[in-house]
Structures are given as C-alpha cells and as structure tokens.
Ligand binder design. Structure first.
Ligand SMILES: Nc1nc2c(c(=O)[nH]1)N[C@H]1C(S)=C(S)[C@@H](COP(=O)(O)O)O[C@H]1N2
Ligand SMILES: [Mo]
Length: 317
C-alpha cells in the first residue's frame, strides 16, 4: 500500500451537516419556519458554502521577525480561501474553492533550468527540508482590493542558488501547471496557457521575493496556488503565479500571461503604484478583503520601497 505523503490533501466534500447548517441560517434569516416550496433549490445553493479542505499544518517553521507587523490586521482566513483569482478555473472569484477540489498535487515537481550550471528538479519535501519561515506580507491585487497574509515558505533566491545561476541570466520565467482535464478554462485557446510570469534576476534574487508553500500555518489550499507559488509583495498580485511547475533562467525578457493579453493594462513590472492609474480605474486606494466598507490609501511599492526601490529608476510599469 502506498503511504500518503503528509502534504497530500485529503479529499473531502461539502458535508450534509454543512448544507444543513447554512440552510437553517438562511431560512431563519427569512423568518420562515421551514424550507417552503417558494424557496427553490437555486436559492439554497447560493448560501451553501463549499467546505474548506483540511490541509496539513506545519509544525517546523520559524517566524521571521522582520516580517511580523505590517500595520494592519491579518485578513480573515476563510475570506482568503473563498475569494480567489485563478483564471484556469473560473472568472468568478467565489468558484475556485469549489472547482479546485480535485487538484492533483502528486506527483508534483518544480523544475529549475535554463541558464544555470545545475538544472534541478525539486519536490515539496526538498523545499520543506530547507527550513520554512513565516512572513506576514501585504498583498495588493491590480483590481484595487488587498489582503494581509501570513505566508510560509523560503526566499526564492535560496531555491535559485541550488541551481547555480550563470552570469548571463538576466530574467526568470515562472510557469504554472497545465492540465485541461482539471482546469476547465485551459480547454480554450483564447488565453495563452499555461499562466506565465517573469521577473528580472535582481527582482528574483531580492530578499522579499518568496516561494510559498503555506498560508496560516498550513499547506496552501489549492485555490491559493498549491503546492507552490511565488509572492512578490511590492507588485500587483498577478505577478505571483500559482501552482508553479517550472522556473527558467533567461537572457531576455519572457512574455507573460497578462502582458500578452492586455499589455497596455498590465505592464511587465506591475509594481504597486498609487500614482499610475489603471486605464479603467484609479490605484490610489484599496479595499481590504473582508472589510469592504473600508478603503485605505495604497502605498508606493505597496509599502516595500525600502527593500525594492533601488532596483528601479521610477519609470518601470
Ligand atoms: N496560475 C495563476 N496564478 C495567478 C492567477 C491566475 O489566474 N492563475 N491570478 C493572479 C492574480 S490576478 C491574483 S490577485 C492572485 C490571487 O491570489 P489568491 O487567489 O490566493 O488571493 O493570484 C495570481 N496568480
Ligand atoms: Mo489580481
């Protein structure tokens, strides 16, 4: 019998109990005593929330004291698990939690190749053995909503170092999984699948750039980009690809998913900048996920200028 690796997800489904509880709440909110005929199945479906997968908790990690306090509270965990941009699955942000349930994480390999001395292939255990740290980062989506998240992982620079980058390498490309049998929207060639993003070598090696395998002390949820995603907190969220399978070191700037779809709206750099409006909306303020009534000012480089501003002349978009 094959022993399940501890990072594999146990497959679960919405339980009848969960359905029952939401139904009761819905019914009592309407002041009805029972599920009446007028209340159709469609109405019930809307209030039945998919259950959050129980992912394995990490026990062995250190809290990086440099990234503990970002001046605002952590976003509520269940909000982060239920509101996602994962276009391989849906354009509806409420759908990934449901559509990602059967995401295969095994076998999962991360390949690092291109302009390196030692191309390597890693699995999640290799990354865990490097020693995980927790970092609380602000997160800002280009759509003007934001979160505050406790990631767990390793600096991307320490992963890249294992492959021994060559001096000619000036950029990296990061490629997400491709499997149309589980990701419905990958069956359409209207988008340049797989999702791909890129960074300059300086950005990839910047100490802020993080290779995440967990959130809130646990393995990543599939809808948040399990088992492995990149996090660049001074850039808009789209610069951090989910479920990455390959990182390649390159001589020239790679093409990227959003930039090739809508280059005038999504620049290669994607640095958070309140003074550079998106063509369709201002970037001056942001709504915090779970606190929609409250809008806060967006900061240059999302507040991370101290770490990253020296990489730029100020005109990068
Ligand atoms: N592979 C892949 N990575 C992706 C995306 C995506 O659609 N596919 N969306 C990006 C965008 S636009 C955002 S805002 C974040 C959302 O991450 P979250 O769902 O964990 O909050 O993932 C980014 N990484
Ligand atoms: Mo985003």
């Amino acid at each position: 019998m094959r022993r399940k690796k501890d990072w594999e997800l146990r497959e679960t489904h919405a339980t009848p109990e969960a359905v029952f509880r939401t139904r009761r709440r819905f019914v009592s909110a309407l002041g009805l005593g029972a599920v009446g005929g007028a209340l159709g199945a469609a109405g019930l479906q809307q209030v039945t929330q998919a259950r959050i997968l129980p992912t394995k908790a990490f026990t062995d990690f250190r809290v990086n004291p440099e990234f503990v306090d970002v001046g605002r509270a952590l976003t509520r965990e269940d909000k982060v698990f239920r509101f996602n941009n994962f276009y391989e699955f849906s354009l509806d942000k409420r759908a990934p939690i449901r559509l990602c349930r059967n995401f295969k994480l095994d076998p999962w390999k991360l390949q690092i190749d291109g302009l390196v001395k030692k191309p390597i292939t890693l699995d999640l255990d290799d990354i865990r053995k490097m020693g995980l740290e927790q970092r609380v980062y602000r997160f800002r989506c280009v759509e003007a909503w934001a979160m505050t998240l406790p990631w767990m992982g390793v600096p991307l620079s320490s992963l890249l170092a294992l492959a021994e980058p060559l001096a000619e390498a000036r950029f990296i490309s990061m490629t997400s999984f491709f499997d149309p049998s589980i990701a419905p929207r990958q069956n359409s060639s209207a988008s340049p699948w797989p999702y791909q993003e890129g960074l300059t070598i300086a950005e990839a090696m910047n100490p802020l750039t993080f290779a995440a395998v967990g959130l809130y002390g646990k393995m990543l949820q599939p809808q948040n980009g399990a088992p492995f995603r990149i996090v660049t907190p001074w850039k808009y969220g789209f610069k951090g690809p989910k479920s990455v399978v390959k990182i390649r070191l390159l001589r020239s700037q790679p093409s990227t998913f959003w930039n090739s779809l809508q280059g005038q709206e999504y620049g290669f750099y994607g640095n958070v900048n309140p003074h550079q409006p998106h063509p369709r909306w201002s970037q001056k303020r942001e709504a915090l996920l779970g606190e929609w009534g409250r809008r806060v000012a967006t900061e240059e480089y999302n507040g991370y200028g101290r770490w990253v501003a020296d990489m730029y002349s100020g005109n990068e978009y």
